[in-house]
Design a protein around this ligand. Structure first.
Ligand code: SF4
Length: 269
């Protein structure tokens, strides 16, 4: 067993808690469209909302970028004292998360730094990562990450090292450990090749957002993973993305036609 990320001193007792494969923090992996959007292809994770289109106010008026974020690391001013606009304007950007973490390593570093989708995903939900590991980004509860590790015959666990102190919006501390995956298909094991250098579009500033956003991803109908718009060769499984889209569009048109015919037959019979 190898410690991938240690968050507290080694002498603290460890309690193995949660296996990570297929955790709830499904990010931009295959099945994302099904799991997040019930099949809607445009409903993919596109980075943490905190401070961008979400605002949190605790019961005592403390302002945060998202209601879930831990108070100790993400509290801005108190709206009971100075009002929302002033509290928001005067809070450090990193606290209310009005700035994307573009200045640091992409996706928060670690596994996410080498992820194809890191520019868009930004390493996942800030609350999840911070509540586990005491820092944002590089979220270990990532479906894509679990699948990639499984290809390498590995899996990860979180191990509790410190309990939450019991205060409002607190959190414990966990380590991430890696071990051989006993369920991995040894014939499918392959070393993770680094992503090829891909041309990435420049972020554009969208109306209503202070921060630049990359365009939404599109689904590759060869492997059901997301790729950047305009991609021809799928970086995940090597499919011809436009050709697969064409096959999908024709199948969808056939299915719609059949559905209309069936509805007519049922109505007329
Ligand atoms: S590996 Fe990191 S950046 Fe990539 S999808 Fe998972 S959480 Fe997001």
């Amino acid at each position: 067993m190898m410690v991938v990320e240690r968050t507290v001193a080694d002498e603290m007792p460890a309690e193995r808690t949660t296996p990570l494969p297929f955790g709830f923090g499904v990010l931009v992996g295959p099945y994302e469209a099904l799991l997040r959007g019930g099949g809607a292809e445009t409903a993919h994770w596109a980075g943490c909302f905190a401070g961008r289109n979400v605002l949190g106010i605790e019961a005592d008026g403390t302002i945060k970028g998202c209601p879930s974020l831990p108070t100790t690391a993400y509290a801005g001013g108190a709206v009971r004292d100075i009002g929302i606009a002033e509290a928001w304007a005067s809070a450090p950007p990193a606290v209310v998360r009005t700035q994307k973490p573009r200045s640091g390593p992409v996706g928060g570093g670690g596994f996410s730094a080498g992820c194809y989708d890191a520019d868009v995903c930004e390493g996942g939900c800030t609350w999840t990562s911070h509540s586990l590991l005491g820092r944002p980004g590089n979220n270990p509860y990532c479906h894509y990450r679990a699948l990639e590790l499984r290809k390498q015959g590995k899996r990860e666990w979180v191990v509790r090292r410190l309990p939450a102190p019991g205060t409002s919006f607190d959190h414990g501390r966990f380590d991430v450990v890696e071990e051989p995956d006993p369920d991995a298909d040894s014939t499918a094991q392959a070393a993770k090749a680094p992503w090829p250098a891909l041309p990435r579009p420049e972020p554009a500033t969208a109306a209503g957002h202070a921060e630049p956003h990359l365009p939404s991803l599109v689904l590759c109908h060869g492997c059901n993973s997301y790729v950047l718009p305009g991609t021809e060769l799928c970086p995940h499984r090597g499919a011809d993305v436009p050709a697969r889209q064409d096959v999908y569009d024709r199948a969808l048109a056939d299915a719609r036609q059949a559905s209309t015919r069936l509805a007519r037959i049922m109505r007329d019979s």
